[in-house]
Design a protein around this ligand. Structure first.
Ligand SMILES: Nc1ncnc2c1ncn2[C@@H]1O[C@H](COP(=O)(O)OP(=O)(O)O)[C@@H](O)[C@H]1O
Ligand SMILES: [Mg+2]
Length: 600
């Protein structure tokens, strides 16, 4: 958990704000769609809030000037005007914020949905190259940055721009001399303060990183507490943690020094600047070159300009980050997706018989061009047959299955299903006719019922129960107090390997596929649960074409055909009896090896 947060907290990289970047950002606005008017209206209210904000110093100055001019008739009129401006500004602000949030939420919902829908239809080769955890936190951090920018940053940026330019105009009108003095000091101090602030933030980020580091030590030791204790390494871990926390102290204290200097700096320079401006303003007033009311307006405008000026740099950085985020999000959208149907129609109309033929199939993973994984692999499976694939690990067994599922396409040769090149089927329809039970079943966070129904979304509890029954899973599920509503997955009940396997089998039963794929489905089980699972698998295989990858040869003795794969080539094939007769064959030697192991 902690690590996930670290990733998203990390500073997002900034993008250069050049023409190309802005072109790309324009694409984002195509997602606003029918909400565009909210943005425009929001901008209009933004302009109004800026304008009313600029009226304040002017009116306040005027109010004070009534005393200087001894013209008291205006006091109440100006006071009322001020209140009117106040009311106006609060109303405008409300609508500005509301409209900006509204259009952003709508835009981002569309964007999120589009990106997610696109992401899950990307081909396997994409997910192999990208680290999934990374992709996930990047996506959320990037979209959060875009969200912040669209709701507040852009609006703030524009508002401060209005305040700086408008404020400067008023300053010059009030007193060019005083403006000159003010401009000679305030922007420099403001910029220095911003730089200093940024530097301080960097050191405090370092402290954060160090803290995260030492938290990782805690996390690691607690997760691996069995190891720590078994190796009696409490001393070693304790030292590691102590060292790490000592570093936090050092950096933290250094940060404290910087922060202390920063407040001295702010007090001296910023207030110094204010004092200088006021002092000179009073000098001008004493020479009758400036009214006190104008001086008050002047100070307030200077404060606006100074504050906005200081803020603009940070806002600019935020916008740069957002542009970078937009680029990365669109990078995902520009990846070529698989031609899947995700409209829920699922192409269920195609119902395959399940005859399979590999014809001279050769394949190399796109990410590892130098190693051919399959070399001219050919075999046939008739409808309803069980074909076993055996061979040393790394020989390409799982790859054959990936090609059958069309996670990848062969470099040469073809895969025929019911006599038709599998490329000619709609991808969704093709996969709807297949089910796989892998070695390691990962359950989704949710109830057992939901996990089984994943094989047939919308299945009734009756159907789910029946499937569980066929998968030898009903007994253990009914033993849980909450039965089919028992929560499993990350936060739920921990199921044993054999139990998870049987849930996966129930899922496959519900899907009722023409082609069933078992990729070492029983390899990681103890012999007790292996028997239960094997039993369920034997039920499941009836009446379907099954491709069974097996580690333990004893489980595939009765297959219609056994294919022995070695380094991407089919080196032997036939029934168990055929292969056992092959003197010096790979199957024979694998078989002997396993018998020795089980006997020994
Ligand atoms: N996604 C991948 N990208 C690159 N190489 C891979 C990928 N998956 C598997 N390989 C490589 O392909 C070869 C065959 O792998 P695999 O089909 O998983 O073997 P098996 O299932 O027979 O153990 C191995 O050398 C493996 O390292
Ligand atoms: Mg494998």
């Amino acid at each position: 958990m902690a690590r996930k947060n670290d990733l998203s907290d990390k500073e997002l990289p900034k993008a250069k704000l050049d023409k190309k970047a802005l072109e790309k950002t324009k694409r984002l606005f195509s997602y606003i769609g029918k909400h565009k008017w909210k943005l425009y209206l929001g901008l209009f209210f933004l302009l109004l809030t800026g304008a009313t904000a600029l009226l304040f110093p002017l009116l306040l100055g005027k109010l004070v000037k009534t005393i200087e001019n001894k013209d008291f008739s205006d006091i109440n009129r100006i006071g009322a005007l001020l209140i009117l401006v106040l009311i106006g500004q609060s109303i405008f602000s409300y609508f500005r914020v509301y409209l900006f949030v509204n259009y952003t939420e709508n835009t981002l919902a569309t964007l999120r949905q589009k990106v997610y829908a696109h992401l899950i239809t990307l081909p396997m080769s994409y997910f192999v190259q990208k680290r999934v955890g990374d992709l996930n936190s990047r996506m959320s951090a990037d979209i959060a940055q875009i969200q912040d920018t669209l709701t507040t940053t852009i609006a703030e940026f524009l508002r401060q721009f209005i305040l700086v330019t408008g404020g400067l105009i008023f300053l010059v009108i009030i007193s060019p001399k005083l403006t000159l003095l003010m401009l000679a000091i305030v922007p420099i101090v403001a910029i220095a303060a911003v730089m200093f602030g940024r530097f301080i933030r960097k050191t405090s980020r370092k402290v954060q990183e160090k803290i995260a580091e030492s938290n990782t030590i805690i996390e690691e030791t607690l997760q691996g507490i069995t190891n720590v204790k078994a190796f009696a390494n409490e001393y070693y871990e304790n030292k590691r943690y102590t060292l790490s926390t000592q570093e936090i102290i050092k950096i933290g204290i250094l940060g404290g020094k910087y922060r202390g200097s920063f407040s001295s700096f702010v007090i001296f320079c910023l207030f110094g600047a204010i004092v200088t401006v006021i002092w000179y303003g009073v000098v001008l007033a004493s020479r009758n070159q400036l009214l006190i009311g104008d001086l008050i307006s002047f100070i307030l405008y200077s404060a606006f300009v100074g504050a906005s000026f200081g803020g603009i740099a940070e806002l600019y950085a935020q916008i740069q980050k957002a542009v970078g985020a937009v680029e990365r999000v669109f990078e995902i959208l520009d990846e070529k997706a698989e031609p899947l149907q995700i409209d829920g129609q699922n192409g269920q109309l195609v119902s395959l018989k399940g005859q399979i033929e590999f014809n001279q199939v050769a394949f190399t993973y796109p990410s590892r061009q130098e190693v051919p994984v399959l070399k001219k692999v050919s075999f046939q499976a008739d409808k309803g047959q069980t074909i076993a694939i055996v061979g040393p690990s790394g020989s390409g067994k799982s790859t054959m299955v990936s090609l059958l599922l069309r996670f990848y396409d062969p470099d040469s040769g073809e895969i025929l299903i019911d006599g038709i090149n599998s490329k000619n089927y709609a991808l969704t329809a093709l996969r709807n006719n297949m089910a796989i039970v892998p070695q390691d079943v990962i359950l989704f966070g949710g109830s057992i019922k939901e996990n089984i129904a994943y094989g047939k979304p919308g299945a009734s509890l009756e159907e789910v129960k029946e499937a569980a029954q066929k998968a030898n899973a009903l007994a253990f599920i009914e033993n849980f107090p909450e039965k089919f509503d028992t929560l499993v997955g990350d936060r739920g009940l921990k199921l044993s390997g054999g139990q998870r396997q049987r849930i996966a089998i129930a899922r496959a039963v519900l899907k009722n596929p023409a082609i069933l794929i078992l990729d070492e489905a029983t390899s990681s089980l103890d012999s007790e649960s292996e028997r239960m699972v094997q039993d369920a698998l034997d039920n499941l295989m009836v009446g379907r074409t099954s491709i069974v990858i097996a580690h333990r040869l004893s489980t595939i003795r009765h297959a219609d055909k056994i294919i022995v794969l070695d380094k991407g080539n089919i080196v032997e094939s036939g029934t168990h009896e055929d292969l056992m007769r092959l003197q010096g064959g790979l199957y024979q030697s694998l078989s002997k090896l396993q018998n020795q192991v089980t006997v020994g």
